[in-house]
Structures are given as C-alpha cells and as structure tokens.
Design a protein around this ligand. Structure first.
Ligand code: MG
Length: 307
C-alpha cells in the first residue's frame, strides 16, 4: 500500500523492543500543514483523533473512517495538550486563556481551572485524567513567553508547577520542584506519576528528563527520582502502554522505555516529535504529532487508558 517513509522506521536498542512491533509495519504521514502540532487525543466512540496546531490557533480532527483531516475548532485559544476523561469528554489546555477546559456533551466549553491561590496560571501545557476523575496538569510558561503560542504576558505565580484539579474540591499544587514541567502520565496501576521536565529549553544545563513520583492518598506525591534522561532534544508529551512501557516524544522520533528506565528502542520520525497517543479500536495505533505533520504507525503494544 505504501513504502517506507524517508527518515522513519523502527530501531531496536534492546531485544525487549522486538515484541513491540511487526517488521513490515510502516509509519504513515496522515496529514501535513501545521506549524507546531501537539495534544493528540483519541475518541474511541467517534473513531477520530483531535489534535492542536498551536501557532495556527486551531484544533484539527483526523477521521479514521475516511482518512480525512479537517478543522475541529478555530480559534482554539492556542490549545496545547488534550486528553479524554473517563466518560469520553475532551479536556484541553489553553495557552491564550491560561486555563484548562472541558468540552461537554452538548458542545459547550466549561472552564475547569484558570488560577491557583488567586493568581492566574501560566499556560497549562499537558493534562491527564486519573480513574477517580481528578485532572492532573502541568503549567510551564511557554504560552506567555512570546506571542507565538499565546499572548506574551507576565507570570503571576512563583514558578512552573504541577497541579491536580478535583471537580469537587478545586485545584491543589502537587509538585513545585520542576523547572518546566511538561508531559505527564500515570503507570497502568496509577501508583506512579511520570512527569517530563523541559527546563533545558531555556536554561543552559537545565533538565531534559522524565521523573518518577509515587502517588499516595489524596494525590500526595513522593519523589522517586530520575526515570530517564533524554538523548535527543527534549521529552515533551508521552504515553504509557498496558505493560507499563513509556512511549515518549523526542527530537528524532518516539523513544520507548522499559518500566525499569532502559531505552529499548525508537520509532524514527522525519520531524521532531511533540507528543503521541494510542488510538484505534484496539488502542494499538500510535498517533504522533511531529512538528508540521500527523503520523501514525501500528504497534503491538496497547495504550493503557483512554485519550
Ligand atoms: Mg507539552
């Protein structure tokens, strides 16, 4: 049906990666024409993928039934990370409005949170929903540093932190020792929260890693140290599969880690990768946002959760 896309393919670095794909699987470019794509989220019932095109201030939708991509929402308030909650609703981080929103069943958009302690958030970046309904998100400053991915503006908070929003009790800060917290995901049993720090984007010798934190009662986190250091650019968004492996964005494609932190392989992508998610009816199709283009490849791993 199609040949090998130049600059793409599987790279095995450890035998444990060999069971993660079939040899003839090929990376497809499903759509191109964006500026900085982010936030892929899979909607199982509708068989489509929503993703953000941040500088173009729009969200796109790839329809699996037709293979077509069209505009989903424009303007999008420079949306970045997206996910799906436990009943299938879209949850979105917006740079321009410095908030996290939920799109309701009737299509209206509700604000979940836009401040902490009376001060505006910086620019929520990425988000994940836990099985108990709490919404966890990161709040680095990328959306207020320039006018390119939001509006240039002053930070009101004292740094870039990780938050947990409980629809019943509000927003709490769960980690405050990151430079620029970015992608985040839970282990399959939700005992571990993984959080990327992309501090190296603006600080010489800043962090370029994913950290591991134990999740306790009421969302209390305990630092368990470094999970992995990025060897190509920065880790931005990532997802976890059902076996607990981490599939992370990086400059040269997708880096795949065993739960013990070993880099076991890569899915090479011709452009820098910002994020990815597992989709399709079996959650075994990896959708990858790569700078200007949306890519996909079937793998033999299955995503651990919706969205
Ligand atoms: Mg991000």
């Amino acid at each position: 049906m199609f040949g090998e896309l130049e600059g793409s393919g599987f790279e095995v670095l450890d035998p444990r990666f060999e069971v993660c794909f079939v040899g003839h699987a090929r990376v497809e470019r499903l759509w191109t024409g964006g500026r900085w794509l982010e936030g892929p989220a899979w909607f199982a019932a509708g068989r489509y993928l929503v993703f953000s095109d941040i500088p173009n201030n729009r969200m796109m939708r790839f329809d699996e039934t037709s293979g077509q991509t069209s505009v989903f929402r424009s303007p999008s308030n420079n949306s970045n990370g997206n996910t799906v909650d436990n009943v299938g609703r879209l949850v979105t981080c917006e740079h321009l409005t410095r908030r996290v929103t939920r799109t309701e069943f009737d299509g209206s958009v509700s604000v979940l949170t836009d401040s902490f302690g009376g001060k505006r958030l910086n620019s929520p970046n990425d988000v994940v929903v836990k099985s108990d309904g709490s919404i966890w998100f990161t709040d680095p400053s990328y959306g207020i540093l320039t006018d390119y991915e939001g509006d240039y503006g002053e930070a009101e908070l004292d740094g870039c932190h990780v938050y947990r929003h409980d629809p019943a009790t509000g927003t709490t800060r769960v980690a405050s020792d990151f430079v620029k917290p970015n992608g985040l995901a839970f282990s399959p049993d939700e005992s571990i929260l993984y959080v990327a720090d992309t501090g190296a984007s603006h600080e010489k010798d800043g962090p370029r890693h994913i950290r591991k934190l134990s999740v306790g009662e009421n969302g209390a986190l305990t630092n368990r140290g470094l999970f992995a250091e990025c060897t190509a650019g920065l880790f931005d968004g990532f997802r976890v599969d059902q076996k607990g492996r981490i599939w992370s964005s990086a400059a040269d494609g997708v880096h795949v880690f065993d739960p013990d932190g070993t880099l076991i392989g890569k899915v090479r992508i011709p452009e820098g990768v910002s994020n990815l998610t597992f989709g399709g009816p079996k959650r075994n199709r990896l959708f990858i946002t790569g700078t200007t283009s949306l890519y996909a490849v079937y793998v033999t791993a299955n995503g651990s959760k919706l969205g």
